[in-house]
Design a protein. Sequence first.
Length: 379
Amino acid sequence: MGVPRPLAAAASLLPTAAAWLARHRRLRMALLTLTLVLALLAGGWLWFRQSSFVAIQRVRISGVHGQDAAAVEAALTQAARGMSTLDVSDGTLRAAVAPLRVVREVRAIPSFPHALRIEVLEQLPVASLSVGGVRTAVAADGDVLGPALLSSSLPSISGSPSGAAAATGKHAADSFGEDAADDAAAPAAGQRVGGATLLAELTVLGAAPALLARHVERVFTGAEGLTVAMRNGLLVYFGDDVRPHAKWLSLARVLADQSSAGASYIDVRVPSHPAAGFPAGVSPPDASTSAGAGSAGEQPGGTESTVAALAADLASSGEVSSPASASEPSAASPPAAETTAASPSEAASSSQAPPPAGAETSPAPPAEGTASAGTSAGG
């Protein structure tokens, strides 16, 4: 096989080019000088970008919270100390925190000559998943973070080995396979749980405001759909994981309304029309009764103390406005609802007994003993 024609043509030109350069001594010297200068500049650049003149001396890390915050900051700082502002490696930083499951992504922003800012995107645990009697921490998107991140403050959810299986996304190779044995343990750290029910529960927990999330004991699916059980007995009916932020906001506004004191459940399945249900024999307080009790310094008991404690947390944080101001709808949230209740005389004159907790759903008009947004049980 002969030499290709383009290569043969180029080879035939080499002697001609060499002869031409030999006749032009100045041009030859200029090209040689340029080559040496470029080589020196390249070597100088490689030396300078690794020199102490641009070495990273100050590292500022943001976005880190929780019990692993110190470990994340230490790992990132140590990895960054070996870099310069002209040679920052995101891959090296990610590798440094790879054993720490709470870190989802890192982004490095150098500032010449000696500073580096690192932004951390976390995936904090939102629930304690129990599978086959084994517990492990899980993030809102279903990533398994491992038992090391378990804490008593995490709400619990339950699943079966087959129900916790998934084989999609970036974790497909390490996912908890659907053909797992029935006696398999909980999925290991780095895997991802699946199943529509589990993922819906995690979505709701991931959308919970911090002040309310710490009061959640467990999440389960019951007769009213997806249900959140607070630590002191209050049940919150979410129904599903659609518009979870709107439902949490609706719950917060109902809790901030004094007329919800004593409720055994709150239904936020339709965020714009929440309903508060009361146990048998308990009448919903009207605004004047609630205000009078509060001014007299009386301490509520039972479920009322649960609602009062949640409302106090919300009020002290300023996250939820008072019912009067909350009644004004905004473009960013569903219309707020004021909970109105039947008066004690109306409740006494009714021949129908108050419904048990969970008997009423929203947005249907509530029966006696149930307070619903914008609807009076007596009217």
